[in-house]
Design a protein around this ligand. Sequence first.
Ligand code: PLP
Length: 480
Amino acid sequence: MNNKLYGKLIFELSHEGSKAYSLPKNMYGDYELPKAMRREADAELPECDELTVVRHYTNMSGNNFGVDNGFYPLGSCTMKYNPYINEELAARKEFTAIHPAQPVDTCQGALAVYYNLQRALSEITGLGEFTLNPFAGAHGELTGLMVIRAYHESRGDTKRVKVIVPDSAHGTNPASAAVCGLEVVEVKSTADGTIDIEHLRGLLDDTVAAIMMTNPNTLGLFEPGIPEIAELVHGCGALLYYDGANLNPMLGASRPGDMGFDVMHINLHKTFSTPHGGGGPGSGPVGVRKGLEQFLPKPKVVKNGDKYAIETGGEGDIHVGAFLGNFDVDVKAYAYILTLGRENIMKVGPLATLNANYIKESLKDVYELPIKGLCKHEFVFDGLKDKSTGVTTMDVAKRLLDYGFHAPTIYFPLLFHEAMMIEPTESEGKETIDGFIAVMREIAREAKEEPETVKSAPHNAPIGRVDDVLAAKHPVLKFE
Ligand SMILES: *Cc1c(COP(=O)(O)O)cnc(C)c1O
């Protein structure tokens, strides 16, 4: 874009004396702010007229890339379409103008949304009861581990201080266990990418509180050993935790509760289509099997007859945040579930799985596929098959931006040096996916015949290759 304003910082557009605001009429009469609370010098804010401000932010918003702009195959993040009807419903005044502390008689509709969503999640996962209080996936993990600890403590079983986490796990798993004050023990993966059951067997004893499993795991593989793992883990008195952040491929396929899991979390901001990225807002509901309900955090929405109520709980109860979580996210997820209905929810997993396998099979002759065979919703390439020209996964990811695609997740999971994790979701049609495959093949050709084009990408983005190590180590967070 050849626009003088474009790409500038708002401070650079400042002109002394310009302004773009008008204060509303004072409704409260004269009030002098106490002197100690007043500024001594004017704040150093940019001075701009209204049209300049509008243009600045409109142009900036054009630099955003989201699911609404194009294909976003970010593995482990489930960047599916977020229907606008969810937003419209969550923005209704009946939902936004209520206060969490108002009398329950006056917000029965909102409580019905909580309650019905809890029931729907139980139905989808096969677990007995859910809390919607946690604000994100990692927060759900922490909550779930607190529930597990409370369960062991209630039985006087206080020496269980270890949590077993697979080496392929999402980084939040060991982090949540550590925040919960538990000791992390790593269980290895086999060469085919699933949990090494023999290694696990040797780790189990009466000091283990739980195993945290992700299924399908971070390589997009369904763990075939679950029945045996469940028997072993329960046999030693520990519980099974299911990281259901990426529940997408399981919708319509199978249910964690039926597999023997005791506690799980779900990321509504992945599987249930509420927007995420940029840090939120999220929602990480936690479900437990029958018999563990009493350990779920308070407050809790319950139904007594045909009235909804909030149980506030007491001293021994777990509390994980203010009030009842991110209500607007819950409304969006509930709207999504109702819009799809049972029949279409059952298609989500199979379609997401089909899309991922189609891409994998269409590209495996030019990209290195370390784990072969059927994947679920996502899979991992280990960079280009032909690495002789030195083109890396980072280069391919940057070059994709030139072609209008968001990059996949790169350099995660850590099991492969040049990891490139691709998750198309069920939202995408064949045309888009074929377009992505064609571009990935074109980049592989460029990498061989004109590697400099790929190594110096992006060429069409507003800024070129950034030094991300420098940016992470020495972030410049203010205008100078
Ligand atoms: C995204 C994700 C998480 C963490 O969820 P947040 O909402 O980002 O805290 C945990 N586990 C897995 C497998 C994930 O993909």
